[in-house]
Design a protein around this ligand. Structure first.
Ligand code: HEM
Length: 312
């Protein structure tokens, strides 16, 4: 099946409910957006701003540890209204990442494993060859912001609203920069079909999560990814929060999407491709050859990847 083909097969657990020693079984998913605390010293986090935010809000265990598939599915469906099929695939990918192949839970930092889900050319993380991974990386994310700022010159960040086409260009800017950085340092850069699917997927995910048809305040995107800049009057409210936010901007007016399924993700891919002057170049880069091939891959493979139930 597609999922196991991309990530490698893992033996089916004998019984889903059977817990591996050491897993956390006591966490109850409670969606309270007003609760938020930064990770403590012993807490672990991942390269994913979504699951990190859920842990910071206490919806996933704040420790980031011992997350069972059931807890991950419940958190994603209840907090974000993610379609259960998609939530199951995501949750299973977390379990697959656990280096203990008998485990039925994962810790957030397990998903940092390079070239599994974590890949080069992330929006907000440096590449693995340069020590990147879990932590927010200012320089990388500033490239994303630069694309939004150039498209909306004359506006402040607080005035800029996102859109699919600009988000697609920001994604491409990161890919080019990541390639250049590897080439210059003579390091191996990996960006193929799987990474392209992930990359389109992640941009579609964040704009579906934060926006209405791709339109969200850029400020919310910054809060979600972890680049929060204090505005006037905000300092006292947020003083106790670290600069690395990774939170959902509920206080600023964000509300979870009422529907978050494959059709929404596909819509994001198609809209991004409308602004895809770089599409042909990307197609060549990942060895697909033509723009038509790229579109078929992202819309076809990307979708079946999510639709396929996991082996767990
Ligand atoms: C259990 C569920 C999930 C797991 C295990 C997971 C895992 C990951 C991993 C490993 C990455 C790093 C990829 C990279 O190298 O850039 C990532 C990135 C990302 N994830 Fe998740 N994810 C999950 C759910 C979600 C959900 C529900 C959303 C949004 C609604 C989301 C949004 C993102 C975004 C936007 C990125 C890109 C970050 C960047 O490029 O800087 N993820 N995720």
């Amino acid at each position: 099946m597609m999922f196991s083909r991309l990530f490698g097969k893992k033996t089916k657990a004998p019984a889903e409910e059977k817990q591996h020693p050491g897993t956390l079984t006591t966490h109850t998913v409670e969606v309270r957006w007003d609760k938020w605390t930064p990770p403590g010293e012993k807490d672990v986090r991942s390269p994913c701003p979504a699951i990190n935010s859920l842990a910071n809000h206490g919806i996933l265990p704040h420790s980031g540890k011992g997350i069972t598939k059931a807890v991950a599915v419940e958190a994603l469906t209840q907090a974000f209204n993610v379609d259960p099929k998609i939530a199951n695939v995501f949750a299973a990918s977390g379990i697959f990442a656990n280096p203990d192949h008998n485990a039925h839970s994962f810790d957030l930092n397990h998903v940092s494993k390079h070239n599994y889900i974590e890949h080069d050319a992330s929006l907000s993380r440096d590449d693995a060859a340069f020590g990147g991974g879990e932590k927010f990386h200012e320089e990388s994310f500033d490239m994303v912001l630069k694309t939004y700022r150039e498209t909306h010159s004359g506006k402040t960040d607080d005035e800029i609203m996102t859109d699919w086409v600009t988000a697609g260009h920001a994604r491409w800017a990161r890919i080019l920069a990541s390639k250049k950085k590897h080439d210059e340092a003579e390091k191996t850069w990996i960006y193929g079909i799987k990474e392209a699917i992930m990359s389109y997927g992640e941009t579609s995910l964040y704009l579906n999560l934060l926006g209405k048809d791709g339109v969200a305040p850029l400020k919310w995107v910054k809060i979600f990814f972890g680049k929060f800049e204090y505005g006037q009057g905000e300092r006292s409210v947020y003083l106790r929060m670290s600069l690395e936010q990774e939170r959902l901007p509920y206080a600023e007016g964000w509300r979870p999407p009422t529907k978050f399924d494959q059709a929404d993700l596909n819509h994001g891919y198609s809209e991004m491709m409308k602004g895809g002057e770089h599409g042909a170049e990307e197609a060549k880069l990942i060895g697909i050859g033509t723009l038509v091939g790229l579109k078929a891959t992202i819309l076809g493979l990307g979708a079946s990847f999510i639709k396929t139930p996991s082996a767990h």
